[in-house]
Design a protein around this ligand. Sequence first.
Ligand code: ATR
Length: 275
Amino acid sequence: MPVIYLFGYPLGHSISPAMQNAALRARRIGGTRYEKLPLPPERMDDMLTALRVPQCLGANVTVPHKQSIMPRLDELTDLARHIGAVNTIVKRDGRLVGDNTDAYGFAETMRTHGVPLHGTRAAILGAGGAAAAAAYALAEQGAREIVLLNRTLARGIELADRLNPRFPQLELAINDWDALPYMKLVINATSVGMAPHGDQSPLSNLATLAADVVVFDLVYNPPITRLMRDAAGRGLRSIGGLDMLVYQGARAFELWTRQTAPVEIMRDAAARALE
Ligand code: ATR
């Protein structure tokens, strides 16, 4: 039977199987199933073996393999290379192609919520794979300025160094917390606030944020994070991470199956799996 894997470790929390299997059923894609394969980093060879089986159509990749799997694949798309992380693997004529659908998920979420990216000033909390995808999408859409705010300075510098040559017009700053009042968009791309630590926030003080800022928390579990609650308490607009999860999954579904993704069915299944 055709199979699509989800690689990560651990994977207990993932709602992608509910979302992708609902989409496969809705499109009547005969017998194909989407399955978790929770393997630790030392079992990377087993992931590659599973991918090479002819019945395997591809995979999603999540923490901690998004970067480490890259050199083991046959090809990388330009997007995956520039973002520096793979979240989707597609089989093309038996070759394993590493791609990234997170940047699309980010841009599509902003588009559907009517948040303009062209000319904007955005702060990104974090500098990992999710932050890189958000930064890339912002830069592609013509953002004016990105301020990277990360606990580990070196990772912020690494991400800025990857963005700089490709987007020379983009104003980039690292760990400039004083810039927060000038931002139109504040994005949480850290894991802070994720269940079971839903009482935590990556931003302790929202007092300096502009009244018209949009706070976008990439965390989707819980659906309303502490950061979003704090933002609402100050009358600020906020958006949670569920839509980005759905849109990145929808793009991956289309790459594997070459069929249009049933986005509303995927959103309903994902939301139900979170209940
Ligand atoms: P992902 O692919 O989901 O982005 P990741 O690459 O592991 O995952 O990145 C996680 C991000 O969350 C990083 O920016 C990390 O900061 P460091 O680079 O300093 O590790 C950030 N992060 C995780 N836990 C954090 C915490 N308790 N406080 C602040 N930042 C945190």
